[in-house]
Structure formats: C-alpha cells, structure tokens
Design a binder for this molecule. Structure first.
Ligand code: NAD
Length: 456
C-alpha cells in the first residue's frame, strides 16, 4: 500500500498541478477553514491523549499552527516568486535568478509531545512549497493521529497529501522508500536511523532532535522572575518539551533563594496539589513514566517527587545536587524533573556542559549583560534565551532547529518554505553582446581574467 500511495503522489507531482502558486494557496486556505472548524476537537484529542490542558493546547499547538498557516498564505506569492540577484561581472550581460522549486514527494515523521503542531507546521510548509506529502504522526497519541487523518482526508486528495498511521514497523516501511525530502522530528537515536535510510538514496533531510539543555543562573540573576519563567518553561506539557530546560547550573550563593522561589512559583501555578490541577499534563505512557520514575530513586527531591503510576503522574520535581553519573544526568530527561547543580566559579560549568553533545537550547539567567553574552557565545546550541526559557520558539523570524546531535536544518516562518524548496540558480545570458575574454585561444587574456574576477 505504501509504495502504491507514494507512486500515486509522484505521478500527481509530475502533472505540475502543485507547482502553481494559486493551487497551493487554495489548498492552504481550505486547510485553514478546516482547522478553525475543528479547533475544539483538536483540543479534546490532546486532552484525551495525555491530559494536555486546553490553554496549553491553544498556546503551543493550535495557535502556533494557525499563525504559520496565515503567515504562509499571506507571503506565499512573494516567497514563490523567482528572485533576481546581482549578476557576476564575468557573465555580463545577464539576468540572474533564484527559483524556489518544490522537491517533490515529502515524508514527514512526527513525535508525540506536540503531536498536532509538530505534524502540521512542517506539513503546511511542504504544501506551501508545492510538494506532495505523506505524514506519519506518532502512534502514541492516537486520538490526535486519528484526527489528523480525518482533517487531511477531508481537505486533500490522497495523491496530494495523505496520513499513514502506525509505529516503528510502518515508519521503517516508509523510510525504505525513495523520497525527495524527509522531515523528521523525534529522538536522536531514531534521527540516526532516518539519516541512514535517507543516505541510501541521497535524500535531503531535516532532523529536529533533542538534547540535554543547560539552564545557567548566575549570582546576579533576578531569582523570583527566574523561577517563574523556569517553572513555566520546564513544566508546560509536564516537561515533555524538546527545548525545556533539562538541568540547572546555579551559583551556590543563589541556590537556597532559588528553591524558595521555585516552591512559591510551583504553588502559584499548580496549587499545593499539582495532581489536581487542570493545568498540569500527564506523562505520555507507562514506559516513559517508568523511565522517569527511575530517575527519582535515591535522589534528594527537595521539591515534589510524588508519583502515581496509575495516572502516569509525576509532580513538578527538583533534585538537589545529583551526581553527574546518575540516571537523571545521563540523557535528555523529557519530563517534569529538574536537577540542580551548584557551582562556585563559572568556569566549573564548562566541563559539565561540554560532557554532553551540543544541546537544542541553552538558557542564561543573569543581569550582567556582558557575562550573559559571553556564555551565549561560548557554547554551541540550537537556540535559546537570556532571562527566559522556550520563548525563542515563537518568533517566526528566528530559525528553529538544532546543531550537531540536536539536529540538522531549521524551520519556522519563511525558513520553513525554504526548507521544502530547492533553490535553483539560473543565469539568463543576453545575446546582444558576447565578451571574448573566456574563450580560447587564451593567449594574453589572463591579466583580464584576473582583473574581472576581482569584481565578482
Ligand atoms: P521518537 O524518536 O521515539 O519517535 C518519533 C517518530 O519516529 C514517531 O513517529 C515514531 O513512530 C517514529 N519511530 C520511532 N522509532 C522508530 C524507528 N526505530 N524507526 C523509524 N521510525 C521510528 O521520538 P518521540 O518519543 O516521539 O519524541 C521525543 C523526542 O523527540 C525527544 O528526544 C525530543 O527532544 C524530540 N523532539 C524534538 C523536537 C524538535 O523540534 N527538535 C520537538 C519535539 C520532540
């Protein structure tokens, strides 16, 4: 079934229908109408999947998608238009242009943690750029996956856009096909599997992966505000966010004040009993619950630490001074657990941060601008914030993506359109003049060439 579906999309792409901008715009407009109509159903599916709070679903899923969609509809004419660039003197007289050309058949594989937004945002861009798409949502968020399927089926012809549901077996079958572009969001390990499958056909990829994101708090930070912003960035989606702060590195002089402020802010956000709060999500499944619960064993949970296996609940938790080789400091946490490690001198943090692969994000809390700037420049990471967490994600003028182990490529805003477009360079040479300098015989022309090439 998968090879046949893909072949039907390749045949459809070759009809050139998706290449006209008016067709793409109409498709996006139809999608927009459907998404607006179904917003309540989307919020409800997310709630059923992991008790995602409705407010968070609007803030981090439906509204993000709608903004990307509206931004694409508004700008698609200018994005898709061939762009004139300055010609090279050597080619005089010529007109040089960059054409944004769709790759063709695109595969999008999505994760479960923002199962709607991380499926829809790349899908919108792939359609805007004129590709056909097969989307594979995560098998762990079945309500959202079913709804995505229903939405796509009602808006698009299957040869244009289709959803294929399933787990690893289906994903493996999809990856065995020859695609023109693969866009993957998920874990580092599966990212490597995707890259290997893509390499077989030299298929270009975007890999949006994860990592262990440091959050540095220096001695000058405004602790109450820092705590408030960390509580939001860490515990939104119950910590199941690829750009959530993973661990805290704090100047020892501020640690106690930080704990006090975190207690206050957690209570303000989720009350004394976060389990009863409507605003705190659950861990996606038992496997992840068990993985996270293991991190708490033999640790000093100075805040939180309560768990409930029956409902996959883990309280907002802080671990005081875990050993660097313990479970919680091994890999990306991806849950509401926040280890806190103190330092005396800022130079101590280098070895800790550098012992992990390049993270997807890094955060610095400091009121010393020079120090903050130094830290942001010193370490390599996908993107991040000074004096806040996570919010760099919302600016569509900023690329969103990782570096090294945390990913290859980036998207959002116009960059999403560019991600799914090959930039084709075309020089249109005029015939009214044909400078003889490049043609043989070359005798005596070298001086000319050296001069002209300097004026590139
Ligand atoms: P995952 O890698 O387990 O799964 C992602 C997708 O890959 C799913 O659709 C799944 O069915 C498929 N998949 C799983 N195993 C596979 C295999 N062996 N072969 C082929 N396909 C396979 O990731 P997840 O658990 O869904 O998501 C969590 C991870 O994703 C975290 O590491 C997080 O940091 C990362 N993430 C990154 C971003 C980002 O934008 N950079 C966003 C969200 C999540």
């Amino acid at each position: 079934m998968i090879p046949e579906l893909l072949q039907s999309q390749k045949d459809y792409f070759n009809t050139d229908e998706t290449k006209t901008v008016s067709f793409r715009k109409q498709a996006l407009k139809r999608l927009k109408a459907e998404l607006i109509k179904r917003e309540t159903a989307i919020i409800s599916a997310l709630e059923k999947d992991f008790k995602k709070p409705a407010f968070e679903s609007v803030l981090t899923e439906t509204q993000v998608v709608l903004s990307e969609l509206e931004f694409s509809i508004k700008n698609i004419n200018s994005w898709a238009k061939p762009k004139r660039v300055m010609p090279a003197l050597m080619n005089f007289p010529s007109t040089d242009r960059l054409y944004s050309e769709p790759y063709g058949a695109v595969l999008i594989i999505a994760p479960w943690n923002y199962p709607y937004q991380l499926a829809m945002a790349p899908l919108i861009a792939a359609i805007a750029a004129g590709n056909t798409v097969i989307l594979k949502p995560s098998e762990l968020t079945t309500h959202t996956a079913d709804l995505l399927n229903a939405i796509i089926t009602s808006v698009f012809k299957p040869e244009h856009v289709s959803v294929v549901q399933g787990g690893v077996d289906v994903s493996t079958k999809l990856l065995a096909q020859k695609w023109d572009y693969i866009f993957f969001t998920g874990s580092v390990n599966v990212g490597k599997i995707v890259a290997k499958a893509a390499a077989k056909h030299l298929t270009p990829v975007t890999l949006e992966l994860g990592g262990k994101n440091p959050c540095i708090i220096d001695a000058t930070a405004n602790i109450q505000l820092t705590a408030k912003r960390i509580v939001w960035g860490k515990f939104v989606n119950a910590g199941q966010t690829c750009i959530a702060p993973d661990y805290i590195l704090i100047h020892q002089s501020k640690k106690e004040a930080f704990y006090k402020a975190m207690r206050t802010e957690i209570k303000k956000a989720y009350s004394n009993n976060p389990k009863a709060s409507e605003d705190f999500a659950r861990i996606i499944n038992q496997n992840n619950f068990d993985r996270l619960a293991k991190m708490l064993v033999n640790e000093n949970c100075c805040i939180g630490g309560e768990t409930d296996a029956k409902t996959n609940y883990i309280a907002p938790t802080l671990i005081d001074e875990p050993k660097l080789d313990c479970e919680v400091m091994k890999d990306e946490i991806f849950g509401p657990i926040l280890p806190v490690i103190s330092y005396d001198d800022i130079s101590e943090i280098d070895a800790i941060i550098n012992s992990y692969a390049k993270p997807l994000s890094l955060y610095v809390f400091s009121t010393d601008n020079k120090k903050a700037e130094k830290l942001i420049t010193k370490f390599s990471f996908g993107g991040g914030c000074i004096n806040d967490t996570v919010i760099h994600f919302v600016n569509h003028r900023l690329p969103f993506g990782g570096v090294g182990n945390s990913g290859i490529g980036a998207y959002h805003g116009k960059l999403s359109f560019d991600t799914f477009s090959h930039k084709k360079a075309v020089v249109k040479k005029a015939n009214w003049l044909d400078l003889p300098v490049r043609y043989a015989p070359y005798n005596g022309k070298l001086k000319w060439v050296r001069t002209v090439l300097k004026w590139l």
